[in-house]
Design a protein around this ligand. Structure first.
Ligand code: 0O2
Length: 187
């Protein structure tokens, strides 16, 4: 309930920004927004992988992406613009940022990650709930969802050749994203 409430709050705010840019600036800054609550079995798996004792304390304190939001945009530059807008939302605390756009992971994965705390106003008090925000382009999103299917979450090892090909695809995607920016700048 707390995580759902935090996501609802954040989604409302980001949708307002999405519509604001469309209506007031005639610009599709955000293509779409996805939200999800992490499956209990995925939470347990992550706690085991990270060798955390399976306690509620560790779940709340150490698992940062139980509530997750993905903001997908068209251009790479927009990622940095959006993350600055997130930082300007009143009352949101930024706990951590990881720039896998400038420095992709060895797998080739690219996205901008933020761990934020969102205020949820209950009847008697306000609680701050952690959410992970992933900001990426449509092209990065395509790569990540494909790679997720073939490799990231599968139990069996993917062979070295496939992993290498996926890294090559990620590099092509990155070049493609850069090309899109240069095309936009010509106009
Ligand atoms: P799922 O299925 O999305 O829930 P931390 O939170 O800092 O303690 P963590 O979670 O390892 O450590 O942080 P990181 O590296 O920022 O990764 C968090 C999420 O990013 C992952 O969540 C994935 O959603 C995504 N991600 C990271 N690396 C990759 C990758 O190589 N490929 C793909 N496709 N996605 C990646 P989960 O919980 O692992 O998975």
């Amino acid at each position: 309930f707390f995580y759902q409430s935090a996501l609802k709050q954040l989604e409302l705010q980001m949708n307002i920004i999405k519509e604001e840019f469309k209506i007031m600036y005639n610009y599709d800054l955000i293509d779409h927004i996805d939200t999800r609550i992490k499956e209990p079995k995925s939470i347990v798996k992550k706690m085991e992988k990270k060798k955390y004792k399976k306690t509620y304390y560790n779940l709340i304190e150490k698992i940062n992406d139980i509530a997750g939001m993905r903001i997908v945009c068209t251009l790479k530059d927009d990622i940095f613009f959006i993350k600055d807008l997130v930082k300007q939302i009143p009352d949101i605390h930024i706990l951590n940022e990881k720039d896998y756009v400038t420095n992709p992971k060895p797998s080739g994965y690219s996205s901008y990650h933020m761990i934020v705390e969102v205020p949820v106003k209950l009847s008697q008090k306000t609680i701050y709930v952690k959410c992970e925000i992933q900001i990426r382009t449509l092209a990065m999103d395509f790569w990540a969802s494909f790679e997720h299917k073939v490799k990231y979450k599968t139990e069996q090892e993917v062979n070295k050749k496939t992993s290498k090909e996926l890294v090559n695809c990620a590099k092509m995607i990155s070049k493609f994203d850069d090309k899109m920016i240069s095309l936009k700048n010509i106009q």
